[in-house]
Design a protein around this ligand. Structure first.
Ligand SMILES: Cc1ncc(COP(=O)(O)O)c(C=O)c1O
Length: 362
């Protein structure tokens, strides 16, 4: 009897278990429960577990009342959209962009405008033209190792965007969960650090540096908007998960954070390199930019290739990918997203070989 090939997933933007510091987390939980049982097990407050909030504030060089710690950064996104985006408001998104954000903004009835994403980040000239012609409430930008494209925003564009937001009076939502995962190239300043008057609200997460199951993310902004969102958070869930946040607090303060980031970056660098090499060999038509960090590779295929059909052909060979069309508001189909975060190098080699077969079968 023929056996099914073992499934290989390039679909999930999540780390494989082998790069999660389980022992570090166990030790952090032990310290959290021993050192601060009252803080860990009580309701706490809607701004989050105070010692972690203080650590985040210090890391970003902001006051503590500018930080709100949430259940994952997705929750931070939802609170921010609830606060700043009403039905009919124009919101700029990158093309392509993170599918969950697109769905969330669509669900709010926002008038979404997709601005092309270039290899060095969003097309600032196109964005400028758009905001000068039409008032914009918010621009959602993913500056580092963008999901789904893997591209990063250059320093010059970051400065130009903050200046534009100041001039035109819109808010930049800097969605930055991958910032710590740079394995090559030069780090760039956050737009938050370049802002002078509340032009930027920033979100990040411990999902990619500690683990996603812990569900700890955060928002940084002007104190007044954070206070407004804290009220919304109180009404939503009283307070976020204090147990998770006190564990993360011990993890980041106890030295495990830096070690964990190094482990993750080393693995991602190797996986990304294996994926790029495999694609060059097995799918020579694939066009892509080698990522400098993060989880994702965006693959453009020749015009007319149907990425949706490739999705089916790959699935038939036990390989999961994500259709590029999931990240677009138009019906262009000749791209796919490959995540290399959750697959080992050997799985990558085998998965890309099967992807090549699937591509040739179209
Ligand atoms: C751009 C972007 N924003 C937000 C999130 C949500 O992250 P979290 O796990 O912190 O909710 C993700 C997760 O993949 C993401 O890629």
């Amino acid at each position: 009897m023929a056996t099914e090939p073992a499934p290989i997933s390039f679909a999930r933007g999540a780390p494989s278990l082998d790069i999660i510091d389980v022992e570090g987390l166990r030790a952090a939980a032990d310290r959290a429960f021993t050192n601060d049982p009252a803080g860990s097990f009580a309701y706490g407050t809607s701004v989050g577990y105070k010692p972690l909030r203080a650590w985040i504030a210090e890391r970003h060089g902001v006051a503590e009342d500018q930080v709100l710690v949430t259940n994952g950064s997705m929750q931070a996104d939802a609170f921010l959209f609830e606060t700043l985006v009403s039905a009919g408001d124009t919101v700029v998104v990158e093309r392509p962009s993170y599918d969950r954000t697109l769905l969330s903004l669509k669900g709010r009835g926002a008038d979404l405008r997709a601005v092309p994403l270039e290899e060095d980040g969003v097309d600032v000239a196109a964005l400028t033209e758009l905001v000068r012609a039409n008032p914009v409430a918010l621009a959602h930008l993913i500056p580092n190792f963008q999901n789904p494209a893997g591209y990063s925003l250059s320093g010059d564009k970051r400065r130009a965007l903050v200046e534009l937001a100041r001039e035109q009076g819109f808010t930049i939502f800097e969605d930055d969960p991958y910032v710590e995962l740079r394995f090559s190239g030069e780090p760039q300043p956050t737009m938050l650090s370049l802002a002078t008057g509340g032009e930027v609200v920033y979100a990040s997460s411990f999902s990619k540096t500690v683990c996603p199951g812990i569900r700890v993310g955060y928002l940084v902004g002007q104190a007044d908007i954070i206070a407004q969102i804290a009220k919304l958070a109180t009404g939503t869930y009283i307070s976020p998960n204090m147990v998770a946040q006190s564990i993360v607090n011990e993890f980041v303060r106890g030295g495990s954070f830096d070690t964990s980031i190094e482990t993750v970056k080393t693995a991602l660098a190797e996986r990304s390199q294996r994926l790029c090499a495999g694609l060059r060999e097995h799918v020579p038509d694939a066009q892509f930019v080698e990522p400098e960090g993060g989880y994702f590779l965006w693959v453009n295929l020749p015009e007319g290739v149907d990425g949706d059909a490739l999705f089916d052909a790959a699935a038939a060979r036990g390989v999961q990918i994500v259709k590029g069309s999931d990240f677009l508001l138009d019906d262009s189909k000749n791209a796919i997203r490959l995540a290399y975060s959750g697959v080992t190098p050997d799985e990558i080699d085998e998965g890309v070989k099967r992807l090549g077969e699937a591509y040739r079968s179209l």
